[in-house]
Design a protein around this ligand. Structure first.
Ligand code: HAM
Length: 456
C-alpha cells in the first residue's frame, strides 16, 4: 500500500497552501497596523522550557509533547545511558514559551523600553487523539506583547484578533468571545484553596484524574470533559468572586475597552485555559456552528510571570494564538471554497514540434516581462493544448504554426471573447522587453498594446 501522511497531520495541497499564504499575509497586514513585527523561533526547544513555562501538570506538557531526539542520543538511551538536560528536546506544542525565551535571551525589552510586539506563524505539535479540528501537527498564528501590563494591551489584542476573523471571512455573528480573569499571585492562591476545598468535599463525584488534579492543580478540573466532573465544577467557587482590587480593576478596564470598541463578549468564570502561565485576562473565541467539539478558533491571555519563570527579569506579557485549520473548517462550513492556486496569463500553443524552440523563446520573454506564461511540455495535439490552456485559465493563447513562424508571426486568441488577430513576434518581444510586466504583464494591457499595433 502507498504510504500515507502520519496520523493527525494534513497536507496543504496547492489551493489550500495558497490560501494559507493569503491567511498569513492578511494577519501580517492587520497585526502590523497594531505594531506587531515577525519573529521566527525554532520548531524545537529544550523540554525544560515547556515544563517550566507551560506547566508540568498541564495535559500539553504531561501527555502531548513530542520528544525530539537525535539518533546518537537515542542509541545512548537504548544502551542504558542518559542524555544531558540541554539535549532533552521537544517539538514546540505552542509558540508563547519559545517567544518569551527569545525575548529574554536577546534582551528585546531592556529596562524602560517600549514593549516588544511580536507575531509568528507556523506549525505546532501536540500528540493529541486526532479528530475533526484536532491535529498532531497544526498551524497557529500568534502574537505576544512583552513589557506592558496595561489593560489596553489586552483589549487591543482581542479587538485585533476579532478584526482579523472578520477580514478573513468569519463573521463576528458566527463567533462567541469568552473572557475571564485568572487573578494574580496575590489573589489566586486563596481561590485555588477554595476550589480544592470544594473538590475535596465532592471527591466521590469526581473522576480519578480530577482527584489527582485537586492535589496538584485544582483549576485544571474546570477543563475536564467528564460530564459528572463538569456538573460538579459548574457550582465551584468563581474566580471573579475572589479577585484582588488590582485584578478587578484590570478586568473591568479590559471589558470597558472591549465594550467601547463595540465587541460583544460573554464573561465565563469557568474559563481557565489549558496552559498554566496565565495571570489576569484570559479569553477564547469559539465558532458556534459546524465545528463539532473542537470549536475554539483562538485564545490567549496575560502571563505576567512567564518571563521570570524562564529566567528573565519581571516582564509582563499578553498574547494569543489562532488555529489555522479550525478557521479553515469554519470558513468551509459557511460555504467557502479555496480559490484555484493556478494562474496563467498567456499560453503559447504549438502546431507541430518544429516551432517549439521559438514558442519556448516567446514564453520566456513573457515570463521575463512579469507575465505568468505556460506551454505544453508533453507534445499534445493542438486541441489538447487548448484544453490545457482553458484548464489553466489562460486569458490569451498565442498559436504558433510553421507558416506563421515563417512570416515571423503568431495568431493571438483572446480566450474570453474568442477574437483572434495576427501579431508580429519580433514586435511582441520588443514590446514585452520595453514595457515589462507593469504595462504589458496583464491580459488587458497586452490586448491594448496589440490593438495599438493593429491601428498603426
Ligand atoms: P491554545 O488555546 O492552546 O493557546 O491554542 C490556540 C489555538 O490553536 C486554539 O484555539 C486552536 O484554534 C488551535 N489548536 C490548539 N490545539 C490544536 C490542535 N491539536 N489541532 C488544531 N488546532 C489546535 C496557545 O497555544 C497559547 N500559546 C496562546 C497564547 C499566546 N497565549 C498567550 N499567548
Amino acid at each position: 500500500m502507498a504510504l500515507q501522511a502520519p496520523e493527525g497531520t494534513k497536507d496543504l495541497l496547492p489551493d489550500e497552501a495558497k490560501f494559507w499564504s493569503h491567511f498569513k499575509a492578511t494577519a501580517a497586514d492587520i497585526f502590523g497596523r497594531y505594531g506587531y513585527v515577525t519573529i521566527e523561533t525554532p520548531l524545537f526547544e529544550q523540554t525544560e522550557l515547556f515544563v517550566r513555562g507551560i506547566g508540568e501538570a498541564t495535559d500539553v506538557v504531561s501527555k502531548e509533547m513530542f520528544t525530539a531526539i537525535s539518533g546518537e542520543n537515542l542509541n545512548r538511551l537504548l544502551d542504558g545511558g542518559t542524555i544531558k538536560a540541554k539535549s532533552r528536546l521537544s517539538l514546540r506544542p505552542e509558540g508563547t514559551a519559545g517567544v518569551v525565551r527569545a525575548v529574554v535571551q536577546h534582551d528585546l525589552v531592556p529596562q524602560g523600553a517600549a514593549p516588544a510586539k511580536l507575531m509568528y506563524a507556523g506549525p505546532m505539535f501536540r500528540a493529541e487523539r486526532p479528530q475533526k479540528g484536532r491535529q498532531r501537527q497544526f498551524n497557529q498564528i500568534g502574537i505576544e506583547c512583552l513589557g506592558a501590563e496595561d489593560p489596553s494591551v489586552d483589549a487591543e489584542g482581542i479587538i485585533m484578533l476579532m478584526r482579523f476573523y472578520a477580514a478573513i471571512g468569519i463573521p463576528v455573528e458566527a463567533t462567541r468571545l469568552l473572557v475571564n480573569s485568572m487573578g494574580c499571585e496575590r489573589c489566586r492562591p486563596a481561590y485555588r484553596d477554595a476550589v480544592k476545598a470544594y473538590m475535596d468535599a465532592h471527591a466521590d463525584e469526581l473522576c480519578d484524574e480530577c482527584k489527582r488534579r485537586a492535589e496538584i492543580n485544582p483549576l485544571r478540573a474546570f477543563d475536564c470533559k467528564n460530564p459528572g466532573c463538569a456538573a460538579v465544577m459548574e457550582h465551584a467557587p468563581k474566580i471573579t468572586e475572589h479577585l484582588c482590587d488590582d485584578c478587578r480593576e484590570h478586568y473591568d478596564a479590559v471589558k470597558t475597552y472591549l465594550g467601547g470598541a463595540g465587541l460583544a463578549f460573554v464573561e465565563d468564570p469557568k474559563l481557565v485555559r489549558g496552559l498554566d502561565y496565565y495571570t489576569r485576562t484570559v479569553f477564547e473565541v469559539q465558532v458556534t456552528e459546524g465545528m463539532g467539539s473542537q470549536n475554539a478558533i483562538g485564545g490567549g491571555g496575560r502571563y505576567d510571570k512567564l518571563a521570570e519563570e524562564v529566567g528573565g527579569r519581571p516582564t509582563p506579557g499578553f498574547g494569543f494564538a489562532l488555529g489555522y485549520e479550525r478557521c479553515a473548517i469554519a470558513l468551509q462550513a459557511a460555504g467557502f471554497e479555496f480559490p484555484s492556486a493556478q494562474r496563467c496569463d498567456f499560453f503559447v500553443a504549438c502546431v507541430g514540434d518544429s516551432v517549439r524552440a521559438e514558442a519556448f523563446s516567446l514564453m520566456q520573454a513573457c515570463r521575463d516581462a512579469g507575465m505568468t506564461c505556460e506551454m505544453d511540455h508533453q507534445h499534445r495535439s493542438l486541441k489538447s493544448q487548448f484544453k490545457l490552456a482553458d484548464k489553466l485559465g489562460a486569458a490569451i493563447v498565442a498559436v504558433m504554426g510553421p507558416d506563421e513562424l515563417a512570416a515571423g508571426q503568431v495568431k493571438v486568441r483572446n480566450m474570453r471573447t474568442h477574437e483572434e488577430r495576427t501579431a508580429d513576434i519580433a514586435v511582441m518581444k520588443s514590446l514585452l522587453a520595453h514595457f515589462g510586466g507593469e504595462s504589458f504583464g496583464s491580459p488587458g494591457a497586452l490586448e491594448a498594446a496589440l490593438s495599438k499595433l493593429d491601428a498603426e
